[in-house]
Design a protein around this ligand. Structure first.
Ligand code: GTQ
Length: 345
């Protein structure tokens, strides 16, 4: 049952003035703003970023601003619902395109928010996380969990570009966001854990009693393996979309505390209508071409493009070619807060 609630204008001005002077405000005129009926009323609007349009702007930033003057040379993808300058792509997800030029380094720092990168272009880039050198190849997912030292370097001869995803908006909202700086880290002289301890799915290092795995045992998820696995899933699947969640190989949990990553494959011509989800999400196109309709708004996407949707969005994907996307979402956060929800449509 829904009754019309009283408004601020219903109240005499002297009472309103007295409330303001006392530092209080009436709830009832704002009740439906903070507790809308049935489902949230998101500020976030669907967004779309064409890589071909971002790339020259990013390269120009490379000419205009030396990395020493930027710490991280990044163009932030601003949520259209929040407007130009917004430091977030959805309610909980920050996205930025980062450029590193040959020979450059981005200094070591650590911060409370967690980050993950999806590599978009270029060879020879790497991230060092807690001394582990993580190569950055096209489509790889590279984690830099909150609190872990990380710096970026580049041994190649052409620009390297990647997409950063951070749970930064959440930490800003919580007034919990800060960073610390340090000199570049020493690198362990060995391949990263995805090539050693976790080379093969289903196998983990044998442990002696009392010795536990690292909290983030594998911080690089090579794209070549993800694509091969998706292709097999599709080949032997039920004709629907093929989806694989990125998980911690020791625990099976989501890779980071608040952000989740799901790799998707759609065959040419395939139409996919996911349930309405309580998560906000971003899709990064690793390969392929297609279109997606989000709350009646259609975006046409190609390789290296990125698009976003607010919570409870009505989404239809249609692939024009065999397509591979990585969906970034906040399901781990919502599961921890006990409110993740899917609604049939
Ligand atoms: O590479 O560490 O896009 O700290 C924003 C904040 C990237 C990074 C961003 C960061 C980084």
């Amino acid at each position: 049952m829904s009754t019309q609630l009283g408004t601020l204008e219903d109240l005499p001005q002297d009472y309103r003035d007295d409330m303001a002077a006392a530092g209080v405000a009436p709830l009832w005129p704002m009740m439906r703003n903070v507790l809308p009926h049935g489902q949230p009323n998101p500020v976030t609007k669907p967004g779309y970023w064409n890589f071909g349009a971002l790339r020259p702007l990013l390269l120009r930033a490379g000419e205009l601003t030396p990395v020493e003057k930027a710490e991280r040379r990044v163009l932030v993808l601003s949520d259209p619902g929040r407007g130009a300058g917004a430091m977030q792509a959805t309610s909980s997800i920050y996205l930025g395109m980062q450029l590193l030029l040959p020979g450059e380094t981005a200094p070591a720092h650590r911060h409370t928010p967690s980050a993950a990168r999806i590599i978009v272009e270029g060879q020879g880039g790497f991230t060092v996380v807690d001394g582990e050198k993580l190569p950055m190849l096209d489509g790889d997912l590279v984690l830099t969990p909150g609190g872990d030292w990380h710096d970026h370097g580049h041994e190649g001869d052409a620009p390297v570009i990647w997409l950063d995803a951070l749970d930064l908006p959440l930490f800003v909202y919580l007034e919990g966001s800060y960073a610390e700086e340090a000199p570049l880290q020493a690198q362990r002289n060995r391949p990263d854990a995805s090539q050693v301890e976790y080379l093969s799915s289903g196998l983990a290092p044998s442990r002696t009693r009392g010795v536990s795995a690292r909290r983030y045992p594998m911080m690089r998820y090579p794209w070549a393996r993800t694509e091969a696995a998706l292709r097999e899933m599709m080949k032997y699947g039920d004709g629907g979309v093929a989806e694989l969640d990125y998980v911690n190989p020791e625990t099976g949990d989501d890779v980071l505390p608040t952000m989740g990553f799901t790799a998707m494959m759609l065959n040419a011509g395939q139409v996919h209508r996911p349930p309405l989800r309580s998560t906000s999400a971003a899709w990064h196109v690793v390969k392929g071409r297609g279109k997606t309709t989000i709350n009646g708004q259609t975006v046409e996407w190609g390789a290296k493009d990125t698009f976003t949707a607010p919570v409870f969005a009505d989404i239809t994907h249609e692939a024009a070619e065999d397509s591979f996307l990585i969906r970034i979402h906040d399901r781990p956060l919502q599961t921890r807060l006990c409110y993740y929800e899917e609604r049939a449509r």
